[in-house]
Design a protein around this ligand. Sequence first.
Ligand SMILES: Nc1ncnc2c1ncn2[C@@H]1O[C@H](COP(=O)(O)OP(=O)(O)O)[C@@H](O)[C@H]1O
Ligand SMILES: [Mg+2]
Length: 265
Amino acid sequence: MKNNIVNFKNIFFSYNRQNQIFNHLNLSILKNKKIAIMGINGSGKTTFLKILNGLLFPEKGSYTFLNKTITKNHLKNKEFHLWFRKNCVMLFQNSDFMFFHSLVYDDLAFSLRIQGYLENEIKDKIDYYSNLFGIRNHLQANPISLSGGERKKIALAMMFILEPELILLDEPFNHLDPIYIGHLIDILNSFPNTILFTSHNFELTMEVTKEVLILHPKEQILFYGNLDDFFSNQELIEKSELYHSHYHKHRNVFHKHKHIHNWRF
Ligand SMILES: Nc1ncnc2c1ncn2[C@@H]1O[C@H](COP(=O)(O)OP(=O)(O)O)[C@@H](O)[C@H]1O
Ligand SMILES: [Mg+2]
């Protein structure tokens, strides 16, 4: 319990009391892990991250973050709210929703200002993180004038600049070019605290971690463990539906079978 960053106890969650996404969900996550959340479209990955980030609240059950219970009511306490927002941050799948200012600099400064940092401390942090994320040249630009990939880099920097205990990243690799993806993998691997990220890409995932939580609409948690164990269990792979099937050629044979690139079964 002491080493857990997140604890879900008997969580129930549905949208509009109809579509039951989580049912009796129990789960704990140890501190300082990197965990990939995988699963087909609609399996609940984004919903799961939003509950963790205190944007959605379970109907029943309890969610504790660093042993503190997260509820709508508790977050109304200003001091607690500031502490939670400093330590649990979330990159949205569509990171365009994360910009509110006409200068990239002010978007990066925003949450630091709310947290009460002084302007010279903020400047130092923006110097460091804009270098790390390769966005120095954009600091005086309007976010809407930048490309989707450039905005994604800024949104990522907005997460790391708070140096939180837990970073939740919904599809962090989308829209980024291959060289930058390599750079981001290095950043994720050198971050000392906990990261949970969603992805559909097994190869990229394995560059960061072998620990995966695989969700499925019917099963909730289909698998939570090491990817090697997942890949050695064909029944589980089939159940996860995280493979594809399309026509392709092996030598001169044109055929179709279920596969995940690099893993044939
Ligand atoms: N705001 C919402 N209102 C109603 N249903 C939603 C809403 N957001 C997501 N859902 C439904 O909840 C299920 C899980 O969605 P989501 O968590 O976005 O899955 P994933 O991120 O794995 O694709 C889906 O069936 C989706 O249609
Ligand atoms: Mg999603």
